[in-house]
Design a protein around this ligand. Structure first.
Ligand code: PMP
Length: 351
């Protein structure tokens, strides 16, 4: 047993890595040898620990099971051809989990605890990060309410953990989307801007209905009018009309995506006009009819950029043919080049 400052590390005896087929990984289904864990008790974060990956035990009345007091993050580590490891804007994930936690009446996590836990965990399970384009280690930090008792009030005990899953290049296949007309993902004044577990559970049913109709994703519209386009299930969305890019402003119903804000910066640096403003369903349908709508793509940590091949609205399908000089393809390359340390990092995003 070793201790790094206050972090206690208990290593696994034998690594499981030899049993893993790295060429055949279903996303988020295989986890590394270790996990990070820290508890919040009596108003204080306790000693953080890294322990062998495995099940955890909780009281069945723990509040997370009953009231969904749970938030999480999604981030990635990359390895370059020299074997060095990089994170992409990790402080932004730390800030965002605290923003999410505050909305769910959960305590904020100190930056040192998050960063030190993450870095030490990555060092221990470094062999699980494979070099090469498309390979990465998906990082899932999460924060849950563990106090036993089913009274509907905030927990007084919490657990924050980090688990790691090796990931391969994400191929989403051809993605057709449908604009939401009935269901909503988030309401104003609600929790849409938080990475709250329940936001995802609430999307499963309407997304299944869309899948039955042959669409892979829903682009959510504002809950009040369904007239403005917001974001997709786990991605922010950009619309290219002519040579301009449109994307909705992040507000209380839209997650402040790290990929989204990075792409806005890259686009502006490339001289592309980016309009961050409410994007009306009507203008996108009209742009498609006029042949002005060039691309729609979703952006997020998992896939960086996913081009949509069509969108449906009021039962009508509109096909999209990405142009030769696709913005989506270019941004994916630009971001991957920074993430895999293949280019200068002008913005200081690589850590
Ligand atoms: N919107 C939602 C609802 C998401 O879950 C995600 C994934 N975190 C995103 C957008 C994209 O955010 P990021 O670029 O930070 O991964």
């Amino acid at each position: 047993m070793e201790t790094t400052s206050t972090l206690k590390i208990t290593k696994r005896d034998n690594s499981k890595i030899a049993d893993v087929d790295f060429n055949n990984l279903a996303f988020g289904s295989v986890f590394t040898d270790h996990m990070f864990s820290v508890e919040y008790v009596n108003g204080q974060w306790q000693q953080p620990e890294i322990v062998p990956y495995g099940p955890i035990s909780m009281d069945p009345s723990a509040k997370v099971f009953h009231y969904g007091q749970a938030v999480f993050e999604g981030m990635k580590a990359f390895k370059d051809d020299q074997g060095d490891i990089f994170l992409f804007r990790p402080e932004d994930n730390w800030e965002r989990i605290n923003t999410s936690s505050a909305r769910l009446a959960m305590p904020e996590l100190p930056k040192e605890v998050f960063m030190e836990g993450l870095v030490e965990l990555l060092k221990l399970d470094e062999a699980w990060i494979k070099a090469g384009d498309g390979n990465s280690l998906y990082i899932r930090p999460f924060h849950i309410a563990t106090q036993p008792g089913v009274s509907a009030s905030p927990s007084d005990r919490y657990k924050f953990m980090i688990i790691l899953a090796p990931a391969q290049s994400y191929y989403s296949g051809e993605v057709s989307v449908v604009f939401a007309e009935k269901y909503s993902r988030a309401a104003s004044g609600g929790v849409g801007y938080a990475k709250a577990a329940g936001n995802y559970a609430a999307q499963f049913y309407p997304t299944n209905l869309a899948k039955e109709e042959g669409y892979q994703q829903v682009i959510w519209t504002d809950a009040n009018t369904h007239e403005y386009l917001e974001e997709a299930g786990t991605m922010n969305v950009f619309f290219r009309v002519g040579d301009k890019l449109l994307t909705a402003p992040t507000n209380d119903t839209i997650l402040n995506g790290i990929t989204r804000k990075s792409i806005i910066q890259l686009a502006e640096a490339a001289g592309i006009t980016v309009e961050v403003r409410p994007v009306a369903v009507k203008e996108i349908v009209e742009a498609a009819q006029a042949g002005e709508l060039k691309e729609i793509f979703g952006v997020g940590t998992a896939a960086v950029v996913v081009p949509f091949k069509s969108f449906a609205y009021k039962g009508e399908d509109h096909k999209l043919n990405a142009p030769e000089n696709s913005y989506g393809v270019q941004f994916k390359k630009d971001l991957n080049d920074i993430q895999y340390n293949r280019t200068e990092d002008k913005y200081g995003w690589r850590v």
